[in-house]
Design a protein around this ligand. Structure first.
Ligand code: LMR
Length: 353
């Protein structure tokens, strides 16, 4: 054989070997919202940090807008390893058999973001993530979106306004009970189907933070919006446990740190994104915006409180009481601060029994 042939065969073999050695580990990250939302932007931010800091050892492929999977399918695909990373809303863990995450769906449970973060980052958050182990899932971080607002094609001001309204909800039993407590008729539906369901009148209204409402163009098919902040929507960033555990330890540490830094970024932009979305909805002029007055928020809160009691067993009394305690603690700290208290826009913490 000619020397040149041998050499080129060798160099081809070497090139194949190095390409294989350098093949990055692919993390498919699927989600259901638009790229320009808190979750969408944070996914991009994580991709950047992970790829840069791992020096190309991982490649993060992001699939936004339910491109790959819808709500329910994405959980299944994570469990079988078809995707490696998700950030489902905390209202979507029920079908997985982990009902305790519905703690976050309890109406008016968090009087402010401080209490919310303290719950997520403290013992309650740890306990919740611990429950995922048995499902072959590892929880990495809690991301924020914000408080939810109500929208419909008729004004939703007083409790009577909800009577008979078909309201789209996520797959959470707490949200179902919440809508029923308001007198509405809840309909579970995947996020990707909400816009057309609203447009075609399959449902009359829905609830979501402003960033989701605006980026899905729901305001174009909803004449009325009530700024009620009655509930919360956040996310758990989760990975397939086997995939995560099998990563080289140094790489896992790099990704863990990238996720921690992404979480700081995500929580910083969440409120800004929602405030901007509200301004854009205002500017679009398609939707009448009604800010629920404080006295009426208290009326809504009273009507919705029985939902907390109803779900004590399913969610866990200790978790609910723990969240009440955190809220009361934060309130006490705020009251002790020398600055004048801001005008209240949300009812205070629910009284722990
Ligand atoms: C919804 O289904 O309304 C939300 O969970 C979508 C999301 O992920 O923010």
């Amino acid at each position: 054989m000619k020397l040149s042939v041998v050499l080129s065969a060798l160099s081809l073999a070497f090139a194949t070997f190095t390409a294989q050695a350098a093949d990055p580990i692919v993390i498919k990250f699927s989600h259901v919202v638009a790229p320009d939302t808190p979750k969408g932007r944070a996914a991009e931010y994580f991709k950047k940090l992970a790829e840069e800091r791992s020096k190309g050892r991982v490649k993060v492929e992001i699939y936004p807008n339910s491109q790959l999977y819808k709500d329910r399918e994405e959980m299944e695909s994570l469990q079988i390893g078809a995707v490696q990373m998700l950030a489902p809303s905390l209202a979507k863990f029920g079908p997985l058999g982990v009902r305790s995450f519905e703690l976050f769906d309890l109406p008016y449970i968090f009087p402010n973001k401080e209490s919310l973060y303290r719950v997520m980052d403290g013992d309650i958050g740890k306990k919740l993530f611990g429950m995922l182990d048995a499902k072959g899932i590892t929880g990495l971080a809690f991301w924020d979106n914000g408080f939810k607002q109500m929208s419909a094609n008729r004004p939703l001001h007083a409790l009577e306004d909800f009577k008979g309204m078909k309201m789209r909800i996520q797959s959470s039993k707490v949200l179902e009970a919440q809508m029923k407590a308001l007198g509405a008729n809840p309909q579970v539906m995947a996020f990707s189907e909400v816009y057309s369901a609203l447009q075609q009148g399959v449902v009359d209204g829905t609830e979501n933070p402003m960033s989701n409402l605006y980026t899905q163009k729901m305001h174009e098919v909803q004449k009325h919006l009530t700024i009620s902040d009655h509930g919360y929507l956040g996310y758990a960033v989760i990975v397939n446990k086997k995939f995560w555990d099998d990563l080289p330890a140094d790489l896992r540490a790099t990704l863990d740190k990238a996720m921690r830094d992404t979480t700081v970024f995500e929580r910083r932009i969440a409120q800004e994104e929602n405030d901007e979305a509200l301004a854009k909805v205002k500017a679009a002029g398609t939707t009448q915006i009604y800010v629920l007055p404080f006295k009426d928020r208290v009326v809504w809160q009273q009507a919705l409180l029985p939902v907390h009691k109803e779900f004590e067993e399913k969610i866990g009394r200790d978790l609910i009481q723990g969240a009440y305690r955190v809220a009361a603690e934060v309130e006490k700290e705020k009251a002790a601060q020398p600055t004048a208290p801001a005008r209240k826009s949300r009812p205070g913490p629910v009284k722990a029994e």
